[in-house]
Design a protein around this ligand. Structure first.
Ligand SMILES: [Fe+2]
Length: 618
């Protein structure tokens, strides 16, 4: 009988479930995609049902359930923190503690009760620590038999950063940095001060940073202030934060605003107000400090482990600009980053820790990436798609062969149309990788504007990423390896880049943003870099085929890929989610499976009988 381990992350943010059978990753998905509630932190019952269904198992068949952190340790951290900061935190203590006592301290009972509702009265429960779950999610699916491990996030139980080593089926944690000294929370504090939401706006802050003026007196001064007043950084990358500047340990906000205002001479930016150069400079200052800390930690990890390869996870590992610099530093020969690096990925890590550490099973899949392209979520057949078409009386065209669909979609893209692309299994992790994506032509000078303002309804400064067929990387980017999960930023080749007009630096943000910088302007960032997703023919054959079809007609083996959602909503999960998102935006076409939906044409019901018969529609 196979051993199946169910990994669960829940009750904090980004709930998820993952299923590992005999060491193989079978399925994983985020609860938010099913419930349509962004960063849903509830018990992931939809996910659990889904991952079991995917494997054809019942809960009774599960060997153990692995939860992604140790609740008792977490509660201890909370109590000790309030104790050491008393009486400052009394107000938040009174409002937060009852939740923790009720929900966190009795986690084991809560989990048992939730599983009972699902019909399983007494599952074997494992509780690997939070950062061990992150470390396991980084090391076990990586292709390396041995690697240094760096985990960085806001906070788990106590740890905010660990350095470890993975060898065969074992993980050893060598160094740990503890709450409240946290690189993730430091970055989140700047996210909040720059007017973005904590836990989701960090990516926006990273996107804003390149608009800061590199090397300017203001940026240099602010970096120096961060490092002299807020962060006591040591040579090994460990640091202490000056908690006079931060409220998160005891309060319900991130920053002590008056202290920050005094330090930077800049008030907190109110959400949704105009962004001026000061906030771009502040974003750049904290981004550069973050990169410095990550590099020092990586150097320490290399020194402690003597490994050639590094693996990373935890929310900070999604900082792809820092990752790109780490790779180019040459500290490690190779780097692998868990695509679901946030807490959702902890579910997968917990399940893998259950298999390799708790059950002590030998390592699998060494030499190859075991994430299956992170395409681990549900997929939907033609029957489901046609039901949506009928329900919404949706104009659509059906294709008998996928190549025909690729030809039409490639042509539409080359005309400058924006196409929703929904195929196969949903991605696990925050990035859409070509199965729940919105696509456009990167060469089109207006594409970035169109996608930002008419489809994503979001801040225009946020950059788009290219999906490039793996073998075409050298034609576009200065990158010597694949980047399958959109987690590396690398320079666009100089020969493709264009110069800037005189007086460019003094132009307003959006004029700078929309100035074309290369022959693929929609994916070339302000600093001539791109956040790359490479597409492998074997791992991702349909998406590769579409891009290759586009290449054959245009000479460009690269397209724009942005996640299939609108601002504030989770990425679409089902064909119905996709169709509704399509209709709610100015997206031009939508491909789901072998069907192409449009807003313009009349329904293709002439062949309805044929399809009804073929897919046994009810
Ligand atoms: Fe975490």
């Amino acid at each position: 009988m196979a051993d199946a381990i169910l990994g669960v992350s829940a009750f904090y943010h980004d709930s998820a479930a993952a299923l590992v059978i005999d060491g193989e990753i079978i399925a994983a998905a985020h609860e938010e995609r099913f419930t349509r509630k962004k960063h849903d932190s509830g018990f992931p019952r939809h996910e659990i049902t889904y991952v079991l269904e995917e494997a054809g198992l019942e809960l009774e068949d599960i060997t153990a359930v692995a939860f992604y952190d140790k609740p008792y340790l977490k509660c201890e951290r909370l109590l000790e923190t309030y104790h050491s900061f008393a009486p400052r935190g009394l107000k938040s203590f009174l409002s937060a503690i009852p939740v923790w006592i009720k929900e966190k301290l009795f986690m084991r009972q809560m989990l048992r009760a939730e599983f009972e509702k699902l019909g399983c009265s007494n599952p074997v429960l494992l509780f690997p620590e939070h950062h061990l779950s992150h470390a396991a999610s980084a090391f076990y699916p990586s292709p390396f038999s041995a690697a240094a491990i760096l985990t960085l996030d806001g906070v788990g139980e106590w740890a905010t950063c660990t350095i470890g080593v993975g060898r065969e089926n074992g993980i050893e944690i060598l160094r740990e940095l503890d709450f409240p000294h946290s690189l993730g929370l430091l970055y989140s504090a700047f996210t909040a001060y720059c007017g973005f939401k904590v836990n989701s706006g960090e990516y926006k802050l990273m996107g804003l940073a390149p608009y800061g003026t590199v090397g300017s007196p203001q940026v240099e001064k602010w970096k120096a202030l961060i490092l002299s007043e807020m962060v006591d950084l040591r040579e090994d990358g460990s640091f202490l934060l000056n908690m006079e500047y931060f409220n998160y340990a005891t309060g319900l906000t991130m920053c002590v605003n008056e202290k920050w205002h005094q330090l930077f001479g800049l008030p907190q930016r109110q959400a949704e107000t105009a962004l001026d150069q000061n906030y771009m400079d502040l974003a750049l200052a904290i981004q550069e400090v973050t990169e410095e800390i990550v590099l020092l930690l990586a150097k320490t990890a290399q020194g402690l482990t003597q490994c050639d390869s590094l693996v990373m996870a935890g929310g900070v590992a999604l900082n792809c600009v820092a990752n790109g610099k780490l790779l180019r530093s040459g500290l490690f020969k190779d780097l692998w980053i868990q695509p679901a690096s946030g807490d959702a990925g902890g579910a997968l890590g917990a399940a893998l820790a259950g298999w390799y550490i708790h059950l002590d099973k030998p390592r699998k899949c060494v030499g190859q990436d075991a994430m299956k392209g992170s395409l681990l979520g549900p997929e939907y057949g033609a029957k489901k798609i046609l039901k949506v078409a009928r329900r919404y009386q949706a104009p659509h065209k059906a294709y008998e062969d996928f190549a025909g669909l690729c030809l039409d979609v490639a042509e539409l893209l080359a005309e400058g149309q924006v196409v929703g692309w929904f195929q196969g299994r949903m991605e696990f992790g925050p990035r859409a990788l070509g199965n729940r994506s919105i696509l456009g032509d990167a060469r089109h000078p207006e594409m970035q504007k169109k996608l930002n303002l008419k489809i994503k309804y979001r801040e225009g400064f946020r950059p788009f990423a290219p999906s490039v067929n793996e073998e075409c990387i050298p034609e576009f980017f200065d990158l010597d390896r694949p980047s399958p999960y959109m987690l590396l930023v690398a320079p666009v080749l100089q020969k493709r880049c264009k110069g800037l007009p005189e007086g460019y630096q003094s132009l307003p943000l959006y004029d700078r943003l929309y100035h074309p910088r290369s022959d693929v302007p929609a994916i070339t960032h302000i600093d001539y870099s791109a956040r790359i997703q490479s597409v492998n023919k074997e791992v991702h054959p349909k998406y590769w085929q579409l891009i290759d079809t586009f290449r054959k007609s245009t000479g460009y083996g690269l397209i724009v890929n942005t996640s299939f959602n609108v601002r504030g909503e989770p990425i679409v999960c089902t064909p119905e989610d996709a169709y509704r998102c399509f209709m709610a935006t100015e997206m031009d076409y939508l491909a789901i499976g072998d069907f192409l939906f449009s807003k313009k044409e009349q329904p293709h019901y002439a062949d309805r009988d044929y399809w009804q018969q073929k897919y046994e529609l009810d």
